[in-house]
Write a protein that binds this ligand. Sequence first.
Ligand code: TXE
Length: 484
Amino acid sequence: MQEVLNYIAGEFQPAEDGTTLYDINPALETQIATIPRSKSSDVEKAVVAAHSAQKAWSSLTLEMRAGWLDRIADALEVKAEHIAQTETLDTGKPLSLSRRVDAARSVSNFRFFADFARQQTPESFEMDDAMNYVHRTPVGTVGLITPWNLPLYLLSWKVAPALLMGNTIVAKPSEITPLTANILAQTLDELDLPAGVFNLVHGLGPEVGQAILEHPGIQGISFTGGTATGRIVARTAAPMFKKLSLELGGKNATIILEDADVELAVQGAVKAAFTNSGQVCLCGSRIMIHEAIAEAFIPAFVQRVSELKVGDPMLESTDMGTVISYEHLQKVESYIELALEEGGKILTGGTQAMTGHPHPEARGAYLRPTVVTGVSSASRCATEEIFGPMVTLHTFTDEQQALDMVNASEYGLAGSVWTKDLERGRAFASQIESGIVWVNTWLHRDLRTPFGGMKLSGVGREGGRWSMDFFSELTNICVKHPDQ
Ligand code: TXE
């Protein structure tokens, strides 16, 4: 079994009190690693290390730090297959997905921010009698807290801009998926990143996560996770006036207008619903279909979903692996039961599935992709974030009704609209209360664009210049021209 350690002040080390937690593989339900169960004393050490590295790191030029990001990207790229295999072991997601999305994006996050930094021009504002210069300094030591659904992908999405802007880091990955964060720490260690610039502290949210939130020496918090935890993060960090970025949950809608290309919409809706077993905050878990196209769309959608191969995540042929844990599987199943109580009918799925698994005796957190119809768009299973392979279908007769259903959600992260009329798609998209709307596509990402949500889906935006803004403080320097 692998023994994962904290990475503090350039040293791999156990928790100060020596306690550990088990990391579980959700496909076999076996223990694959131990991680430190860190406490506030470990966070304290990490903050001291980060502070001692801060001055030297922030005094490098942006160009030099961009060079570091390039070297990190190159080193991670060499390990891409190792990262993908490890992510699959830890999460139960198909290896093909780990390769295509998790490993690839972890590399490109570093590369993107390096290139993006080089494209920036100094920001200045000329007045008749003076010139304003925008001067950026780092926030300081930042706390990065990340979830289990896209472990290294989301951690690197924060680490890259935080390093670029001259911050030092205390990071905490999810205790459920700690392994690829450890690969990142090993990689930075091999590259001789100055000690203390990046510190990784493993453990439980209410223990080590909370200690990061509460530490007065940490000036900014970037958090991705559930909305309930986000509330705790805000409650703790906001009164200390820490800079805060909250990327939280979603209950995203996929809207099929009556003039949609049925084949394209079916493909897109299946992908939006079941990628990573529905465990992407952007997943479309409420599908709204115009009545005029429902007869063509619904049977084709259900057919396609029932053909998805659920099984061993290591097999090339697998479309969907496990959900993240057996506990999470039970949560999703409880929503399937709730759907039936709420008057719903299951069109496909609804049961555990072990197809193609090499160890049929293992329990494994497998669940068939599940499609529910007949529940109200205001029902609990159509309004609460389930974060698993289950979607509800709803029909509408006109655009206003669709918009009302979509915007009734307490969440506002993402959505997709499917129509052959692009102008209509844009107009419809602009009326959806959410941070990201795709027209005729889903999870099509340009990393320069703002990413984040409104309402219960979070506060703030990341991506491109929004990440650069979050991870820096701005000083406007106004210089008066002489004799004017
Ligand atoms: O996430 P948590 P959980 C949603 C999804 C899921 C639900 C709960 O609906 O079912 O959230 O998942 C750390 N102080 N999303 O419980 O707890 C925790 O250790 C500081 C959506 O696994 O929010 C982990 O590192 N940190 C989401 C991180 O917060 C704390 C992705 C996220 O875990 C803490 C994941 C505390 N008091 C779940 N408590 C998305 N937006 O993509 C926990 N943590």
